[in-house]
Unconditional design. Structure first.
Length: 157
């Protein structure tokens, strides 16, 4: 004799259990299924079903399944690997900082672009600021000269 859901082996309860089960089989079209009746509530519904990210339908995942069908899986792959159809922005290579820095000799007040050593005085120069050559006179001009801003004193560490 089979064990009943209540755990007892009473024949009257067994007949009632089989009758209920046969009604479920008749409702499912004559074939035996292990599915619950449609009116019974799901337990832990949020843990047993998943939403397909492509078509937003609910499905019961098998292992690590993310999509409801292979068509949605392929559509998801195509969406992730889609070519934007635009040219990527190419950032130019940075110029070395020394090449765009203006230096000034403390002895003769000559300015140099990218040279840290004064050839006339044979002394090291002091950094003024970033800058470039003046388009009119070809002399080194610092950005702080053009904007009339002088850098503040260095912060103590």
């Amino acid at each position: 004799m089979d064990v009943l859901p209540s755990g007892r082996g009473d024949a009257g309860e067994f007949a009632a259990f089989n009758r209920d089960r046969s009604e479920e089989i008749v409702e499912s079209g004559g074939r035996e299924t292990n599915q619950r009746p449609s009116d019974a509530p799901w337990r832990n519904d949020n843990e047993t079903t998943r939403i397909c990210p492509v078509c937003a339908t609910r499905f019961v995942p098998v292992r690590r399944q993310r999509y409801c069908s292979s068509a949605c899986r392929q559509a998801g792959w195509r969406a992730r690997h889609q070519d934007g159809g635009y040219e990527p922005v190419v950032i130019p290579a940075r110029a070395p900082r020394r090449a765009i820095t203006v230096y000034q000799c403390p002895e003769c007040d000559s300015r140099f672009l990218g040279q840290q050593w004064c050839q006339a005085c044979n002394r090291p120069c002091v950094r003024v600021d970033l800058g470039g050559l003046c388009p009119h006179c070809d002399e080194p001009v610092a950005i702080s000269d053009l904007t009339d801003q002088h850098p503040s004193a260095p912060r103590p560490r």
